[in-house]
Ligand binder design. Structure first.
Ligand SMILES: [Zn+2]
Length: 173
């Protein structure tokens, strides 16, 4: 099959330098064919040996992505809370206030600020920003309504709300 020492045994392309060919199962392959071969091997391993369907794989990837987003959002939230903490005055009832601030299913001032800064960075003017914020507010309001209808617990609504907000930020960033 190989005409010279530097041709790919699969597609026959001459890569000129021997070190550009990779040896696999007795074949000398160019970069592209090697990549394809490895991909095929992986596919075969997943589908025929491990028995993972394409759907299962997609689902798994989705879960990983969701988890990653959740972790990222938690980190962001932590940062926001860190900034927020010193502002809370040490007076009676402050602790309760702080907790109630953390548990919410509406856009907080801080969240609105995050969005506001983002839109300013995108070059939107105040009018456009107001429209967007209103749309998001309404969207989240409807979202929470749906969750309440589904009889989700307050905690669950809170979590889902935050996830939804995180998604909005990622989407439009
Ligand atoms: Zn090739």
């Amino acid at each position: 099959m190989r005409k010279t020492r530097t041709t790919c045994s699969k597609c026959g392309k001459d890569v000129k330098k021997l070190r550009l060919l990779k040896r696999i199962n007795g074949d000398w392959l160019c970069k592209e064919c090697y990549k394809k071969r490895i991909k095929e091997k992986r596919e075969n391993l997943k589908r025929n040996i491990l028995g993972i369907t394409k759907e299962q794989e997609l689902e798994e990837n989705r879960e990983i992505k969701n988890k990653y987003n959740r972790v990222r959002w938690k980190k962001q939230k932590k940062e926001i809370n860190k900034i927020r903490e010193p502002i809370v005055p040490k007076i009676k009832g402050a602790k309760i206030k702080r907790y109630s601030r953390q548990l919410h299913n509406y856009l907080t001032k801080e969240e609105k600020n995050i969005l506001y800064k983002k839109y300013v960075a995108q070059g939107l003017d105040d009018g456009q920003i107001n429209i967007r914020l209103n749309n998001i507010k309404n969207y989240l309001k409807e979202y929470v309504k749906k969750l309440i209808k589904k009889k989700e617990t307050d905690e669950m609504i809170n979590i889902k709300f935050k996830e939804e907000f995180a998604k909005l930020i990622e989407q439009e960033w």
